[in-house]
Write a protein that binds this ligand. Sequence first.
Ligand code: ADP
Length: 488
Amino acid sequence: MNEIRTELNERLDAIRRLLLESMNLVAARVDEVTEVLLSRDVAGADRIILADDEFDLIAQQIEDLCIETLIREQPVASDLRTIVAAMHMNSDIERSGDLCTNIAKAVGRLQGTQVDDRIRDLIVRMAEQARILFERSAEAHEALDAELAKSIDELDDVLDDLHRDYIQAVIQEAKHGDMVPHQSLQFALIGRFYERIGDHAENLGERIRYIVDGWTPEREGADRERARSVPAESPEDEQIRSRGLAVIDSISEQRRIDATRRDFVANVSHELKTPVGAVVLLAETLVDANDEERVRLIGHLNQEALRMESIIDDLLELTRLEEFEASMTTVSLDDTVMMAVDMARGFAEARSIEVAVVGLPSNVEIEGEQRQIVRALVNLVDNAARYSEPGSQVTVTVDPLVELVDISVADTGVGIARPELERIFERFYRVDRARSRETGGTGLGLSIVRHVADNHSGRVMVDSKPGAGSTFTLQLPKVGNVEAPTVE
Ligand code: ADP
């Protein structure tokens, strides 16, 4: 029995040693690959790609040892925890190794690109953070220290923030036209690779905590649930109890906000996943394609890249609308409406749809930010064209009331059923996903319109009949009536 125990311990030690070795290897690889990336060292990148086998080799050894231990020895519960965790950690480390290789693969594709200082700086900082995350994991694993393992979460938050700044910087660069679309995509993917290395390190932290004391995220969730259902200990103490309630209230409010935010992030990720996946697949197919196929594939690539661009554009617009104070000025309504119609006409005409403007008064002024109102109207006219048959007409009507002005956009298209009317202003909600996708919709257009209306103390209304068409009306207060729009 004693002898078996020794063998078991030896195997477990070997597993721990190999895990440690591969974690340190990832930390070093993150540094190496970042160096070749920033210096565009293609030969160095090739060496890294060839060395990818190192991870597979260690991973294979760890897996064999785990399986042998399970089959041959008699592990007790805590050993089992180590083995189960080791299997998971092994795959997180192996994937992180793959991600380093992916970064190396991007080096060749970025030949001839100039990197802006800010982007370069953010890459350096993301890489540094990713390396520190893996070093911390190795340290926590070696010391079997649950607190150290827990601290990995905070390190990963720093990396996530850096990644967010980085993506913004890449988008800005792309918008200024300093980068061609496929280069910005490559840069966006590189950022994502670093971020994912961080996610894997976070998983390692969780597994280490599992080895040390059986901690799991699910258990934490259950503990929290239990704590919430414990009754108040001194119900007669009115003051304390009500104070407790207030705290619980604010916690549940925070939870609700967090949940909304999480939903939003999940939605955005989901929306971007499809075009990003398509781009990756198309790019891989391009490598072996002949000239004729290339032309076709590049066309597709372009389409998917444009789709990502419009989603990101709309998201940025929404963020701006939510976060920034609008710079209100007095704007002329006819200028604003004509600007929007001119902008939207190209898209409508491409779908053989005519846009007519009716009753445009020349003397109505509104208080607002012209850019926002134009954007809202363009979205409405685009939608009217998007959900109508070719050959039909979209009519923009301006109707000045006493204190308000109605700008309506009417189409004779597919219309919207009553139960859907409540939901179409939600972010990413679409009645017909396929049609929205085909015509380049992002699912964010109407949320933007609603925000613009809110920002201007106005509102947006819809009247629609399936099969007959829809009329969307943006109602805004005229100059001098911003504070008190007497809308029924
Ligand atoms: P999208 O980018 O998908 O058009 P929107 O937020 O602009 O997203 O609109 C949400 C959904 O509302 C659309 O997917 C579509 O189903 C419906 N919708 C919007 N405008 C119209 C319209 N003029 N006619 C019919 N359906 C519309």
